[in-house]
Write a protein that binds this ligand. Structure first.
Ligand code: ADP
Length: 205
């Protein structure tokens, strides 16, 4: 993975893939610091829209609360607009997008239009029982057990097919997320050739 290992200098375009609660947000914060690119979380963007009561927020509020996915066309608008901002010019770490094969095709189209490519898709994997346990501990608004189960079901059905999609394209890198946070971080940074400078302050945040 020399391409991703060298990507720190010229930025990088990385997708974080994995089930809800796998720790993508935590790991993403560390990795984007090292890569010098913004972390773009569609979940955070949507939650912000809900909190601000924007038209987008009003549209997605109920969908998010149920554990279902926001429709692909709405997400395409959200992501297109966000990736066009100047801070995404050198790259980005995408967390929560793409979540369906249609979204992966949308992203491929955005990249193609910009004559860009992804550097890597990082799969953070964790067994389902552990995911439910973590989600219940976390206690976010959409983290009731039936909603958690629904989100995991949606992940298996709609998002897990992306693993094969990106593996076929030679982009998939896998990380065992069922370990202490620091170990996951070290493994992940190792993949990107920046293993010697783990920032434990951030990793533990
Ligand atoms: P996670 O806990 O898995 O990190 P997120 O914070 O990424 O969850 O997303 C929370 C909710 O926001 C999802 O359950 C879904 O309703 C909505 N959402 C976020 N990203 C997308 C997307 N790419 N496509 C459709 N819905 C999305």
């Amino acid at each position: 993975m020399a391409d991703a290992a060298n990507s720190g200098n010229r930025g990088a375009r990385v997708v974080l893939l994995g089930p809800p609660g796998a720790g993508k947000g935590t790991q993403g914060q560390v990795l984007c610091q090292h890569l010098g690119v913004p972390a773009i979380s569609t979940g955070d963007m949507l939650r912000e829209a809900v909190a601000e009561g924007t038209p987008l927020g009003n549209k997605v509020q109920g969908i998010m609360a149920s554990g279902a996915l926001v429709d692909d066309a709405t997400m395409a608008d959200v992501v297109r607009e966000r990736l066009a901002k100047p801070d995404a010019g050198r790259g980005y770490l995408l967390d929560g997008y793409p979540r369906t094969l249609a979204q992966a095709e949308t992203l491929a189209g955005i990249l193609r239009d910009a004559a860009q490519e992804l550097d890597a898709v990082l799969l953070v994997d964790v067994p389902e029982d552990e995911l439910v346990r973590r989600a219940l501990l976390r206690g976010r608004g959409d983290d009731k057990e039936d909603v958690i189960r629904e989100r995991l079901r949606v992940y298996r059905e709609k998002t897990a097919p992306l693993i094969g999609y990106y593996r076929e394209r030679g982009l998939l890198r896998e990380i065992d997320g069922n370990r202490p946070i620091e170990d996951v971080t070290a493994g992940m940074l190792g993949l990107f050739g920046v293993g010697s400078e783990v920032n434990h302050e951030v990793a533990g945040a």
